[in-house]
Design a binder for this molecule. Structure first.
Ligand code: NAD
Length: 466
């Protein structure tokens, strides 16, 4: 772990497991309560000098984190596949994206509003840093999501204590180690441990903000425990994203896009298309083409050449998916492909596509967070919009049509923070991302995301001193 600029071990450890082989790949330090206290104290001590640095110096350091990621890209990619399971293309996307994010966030300027009120009076509204930020990340994109938090937090002048998921701590620990080579001690601290460590961080009175990515259930707990000292919070939570496919698309061409919309990263993606609504006129053609395309995709060990989709990242999620599949089978749902989890080593779940299950079935209502996809028929736009919106979630959605105006009309009626039209999973450091309803609170990325790491301060000045 990196605490106060030093590389430190812990008294106890937990195991990191390669999900493709179930082999233990590392003994990971399990931070004690005292070590968390030391990390927060180090971040608190580093805050004054760090926030006082000129912003361009801070930005240069963030860009340097990006350089360090790029210089170590090959070992990051290997480690990411080893600990997370994802295949090479996914690892390249994540590691390349992480470097890119650092460099781009390092170009963003916080707004400063100044106004002359006349008669010697003026007003200025500026953004000031918060202090120590606690960052907590999940196991699907461990490196990228850590960068999404560290870069804007530091740019705005804060210091950070980061806790990765206990399932995927290795890339994040490595990132902390690399950054400590040039960042002042205490500016970024990385501590590993279980959920209890997350609770210590979210309750800590010296932590001023929590930036959390994870499930909605944990997000609720974070919100509750952050209330002690009224911490600022950004919560990026779960989703059950609908895709709506209109009858004017080419069924075969769209099938490949829909496949990756749903199954990228083995569907362990907050913004995967998790329910695909297909117009009745093309439902049979699209579902057939999807199943055919699925037959060309290889699931396996992400480190093997030719693998497209890796395993499920951990046993807990693997067991949840097996339970979901058992429920689908027990309730008589029709599998178009997949459904049988093979015996053997590794947490492999086959690509599973389910034919038009009832709207209230578990595979439709729940966020599977794995390769189990329901296809649903619709005929009426009002009906499909209502079904798409009938969820506690509101993370993202997609609409697929050759009639862009019609797609736009539908997009505007969807209760979700991001709606893609004829594409999916496009992100940018300069475009806001955040969930509606119980998919989150606040924004990441863009100036809006940067602002979330600040307080607003207004200074009124009267030059006509009495
Ligand atoms: P999770 O909520 O189980 O865990 C996320 C993190 O929270 C982990 O680091 C965990 O140790 C920590 N944690 C657990 N209990 C805690 C507590 N009481 N206090 C503080 N921290 C605690 O989520 P997960 O299973 O790792 O990730 C999958 C979920 O994340 C899915 O629901 C997915 O949709 C969501 N997700 C959302 C986004 C987004 O941007 N909206 C991105 C990726 C993943």
């Amino acid at each position: 772990m990196t605490i106060g600029g030093k590389s430190v071990d812990a008294e106890s450890h937990f195991e990191a497991v390669n999900p493709a082989t179930e082999q233990v790949i590392a003994q990971v330090p399990d931070a004690s309560h005292e070590q968390l206290e030391t990390a927060v104290a180090a971040a608190k001590a580093a805050f004054g000098p760090w926030s006082a640095r000129p912003v361009d110096e801070r930005q240069a350091m963030i860009a340097r984190i990006g350089d360090a990621i790029e210089e170590n890209a090959e070992s990051f990619m290997r480690l990411l596949t080893l600990e997370q399971g994802k295949a090479r293309a996914g690892a390249e996307w994540e590691v390349g994206g992480s470097a890119h994010w650092c460099r781009e966030i390092a170009t963003q300027e916080l707004p400063l509003h100044q106004e002359d009120l006349g008669e010697g009076r003026s007003v200025e509204n500026r953004r000031t840093p918060l202090g120590v930020v606690g960052a907590i990340t999940p196991w699907n994109f461990p490196l990228l999501l850590a960068v999404w938090k560290i870069a804007p937090a530091l740019a705005a002048g804060n210091t950070v204590v980061l806790k990765p998921s206990p399932y995927t701590p290795l890339c994040t620990l490595k990132l902390g180690e690399l950054a400590s080579e040039f960042l002042p001690a205490g500016v970024v601290n990385v501590v590993s441990g279980g959920n209890e460590l997350g609770g210590w961080l979210t309750r800590h009175p010296d932590v001023r903000k929590i930036s959390f990515t994870g499930s909605t259930a944990t997000g609720r707990k974070v919100m509750e425990s952050a209330s002690g000292n009224l911490k600022r919070i950004t919560l990026e939570l779960g989703g059950n994203d609908p895709a709506i496919v209109l009858p004017d698309v080419d069924p075969v061409a769209i099938a490949e896009k829909l496949f990756w919309a749903a199954f990228q990263n083995s569907a362990q993606f907050c913004v995967s298309a998790k329910r695909i609504y297909i117009h009745d006129a093309i439902y049979d053609d699209v579902s057939r083409a999807l199943v055919e395309y699925a037959g060309t995709v290889k699931t396996g060990d992400g480190s093997m050449q030719g693998t497209d989709l890796g395993p499920i990242q951990n046993r807990m999620q693997f067991d949840k998916l097996r339970d979901l599949l058992a429920d689908a089978r027990d309730t008589g749902l029709r599998f178009l492909c997949g459904g049988d989890v093979p015996d053997g080593t590794g947490y492999f779940v086959p690509v599973t596509i389910i034919d038009n299950p009832p709207e209230d079935s578990r595979v439709v209502k729940e966020e599977a967070f794995g390769p189990v996809l329901p296809l649903l028929r619709f005929t009426d736009i009002d009906d499909v919009v209502a079904r798409a919106n009938d969820t506690e979630y509101g993370l993202a959605a997609s609409v697929w049509s050759s009639d862009i105006d019609r797609a736009q009309e539908i997009a505007e009626r969807i209760e979700a923070g991001t709606v893609w039209i004829n594409e999916i999973h496009s992100f940018s450091p300069h475009i806001a991302f955040g969930g509606h309803k119980q998919s989150g609170v606040g924004i990441e990325n863009a100036i809006d995301g940067l602002i979330e790491y600040t307080n607003s301060q207004t200074i009124y000045t009267n030059r006509a001193v009495a």
